[in-house]
Design a protein around this ligand. Sequence first.
Ligand code: FES
Length: 197
Amino acid sequence: MSDQKINSERRNLILATSAAGGVAMAATAVPFVASLAPSERAKAAGAPVVADIGKLAPGEKMVVKWRGKPVWILRRTPEMLASLEKVAEKVSDPASEKSEQPEYARNTARAIKDEYLVVVGICTHLGCSPSDKIKPGAGEGMSADWQGGFLCPCHGSQFDLAGRVFKAMPAPTNLEIPPHTYLSDTSILIGEDSKEA
Ligand code: FES
């Protein structure tokens, strides 16, 4: 065998070995990355999700999906919080005694931190998605004394800015508050209570 042929066979062998090494690296890298994030199936089954609220301005609302449900996070202004007292006589369960919610949300604002409403955006009547009617007054088609809240388009249930249902509405209870905990000032874990709670 000539020197030239031996060299060319060695070079092919080296190339083949490095290519196989590359494949092996790629194959081991994928399961490692996949193991860091909960699978889509795990999320649908109920794995908690993290909501980044760092960019949520006062008065704004964002939506996070948890267990296939929309979870609303509304950053309430002092005026919005003041509206909760104004409608206390008009809502059917002001202290949320009949409602689905964790113990730490059993207060007027129905929240761990008054500023943030974290609530499942599904009507407790037949499961429609209520619309935002956040601005007070008649501007969004509500009555002149409207203080801000949500309106379910299906059968007309109205909720205040803490998700409390008004009296004589089809929805039997306030909107559900999901289990949640603050991981920091700018992130909320939806779907899990604080370990210290
Ligand atoms: S589903 Fe909301 S009022 Fe009926």
